[in-house]
Design a binder for this molecule. Sequence first.
Ligand SMILES: Nc1ncnc2c1ncn2[C@@H]1O[C@H](COP(=O)(O)OP(=O)(O)OP(=O)(O)O)[C@@H](O)[C@H]1O
Ligand SMILES: [Mg+2]
Length: 309
Amino acid sequence: MSGIITITFSPCIDKSTSVPALIPEKKLKCSMPVLQPGGGGINVARAIKYLGGEATAVFPSGGYTGKFFNHLLEMENITSLIIESSSETRENIIIVEESSTNQYRFGMPGTQLSEEEWKKCLKAVEENDSAGFIVASGSLPPGVPADIYAQLAKIAKSINAKLIVDTSGEALKRAADEGVYLLKPNLSELGTLAGLENIDAGAVESIAKKLILENSCEVMIVSLGSEGAILVTKEESYKVKPPKVDRKSTVGAGDSMVAGIVISLSRGMSLKEALQYGVACGSAATMNEGTSLCRKEDADRLFERIKLE
Ligand SMILES: Nc1ncnc2c1ncn2[C@@H]1O[C@H](COP(=O)(O)OP(=O)(O)OP(=O)(O)O)[C@@H](O)[C@H]1O
Ligand SMILES: [Mg+2]
């Protein structure tokens, strides 16, 4: 089994609460807030823990909020490589309106990282040469160059680790230009990669194959929400549709899926099984309220059903 490192340049504290109804100008009484550490790679590391695995999370952290953030991760026993930052770790707010059950998500802007700080994050990964897999996930805060995941791709190659990238926009394009092991775009991110506004579900396989032949990645897993996901490599392609689940909130589905994929690969499972377990973990995450990630018992049960089909 090979080690897993996740890297998150824009971590956040997710503060979730609810109000009876969202009414302007009035004082609204919120329920007791629940605070959770978040951000792409942070969630992947947490989900890996829930699934019975281990990952080291690399991230910048600063100010009082940063201290509290580190504490939240410590409470979940996540091994952390913390890069001290001079700017405060951001906080996001999630409010559920009880009358409608609508969820409102307010994301604060990412806090500035200096060149010294983001370079320290990269160095922390580079020095951890026991990592077989590196997961780079999430948005980039101001100060971090758009080619950061491309730089990470070079580092991954130099330490013989497999890089998995889950992000969007320019950062995703630059990573693909450099070439990584595995990309997990959703349909809109695949559009970004292919330079297309809209992608028809039927065209996913050929678009993914073209990107692989251009050396964007060796493996692509395109996630399709409730329709599951498609695995494409040079040699094969394979689609998995999840069984119907009692969906509560799709927040965290993508991160749980990536956790399921990388934990499977680190245990030496095949790409096909990693896809099946990834879909199971993504769908398991949707069975939980709010920002909650997947639970192992749900993921394992869905995986057994997917394997039978
Ligand atoms: N409505 C749903 N019902 C069942 N499973 C779902 C649903 N939405 C997502 N999933 C599961 O989660 C996986 C990833 O979801 P999705 O394609 O929405 O990723 P994403 O757009 O990257 O999500 P995120 O917004 O979390 O980044 C899917 O492949 C599927 O297994
Ligand atoms: Mg996503």
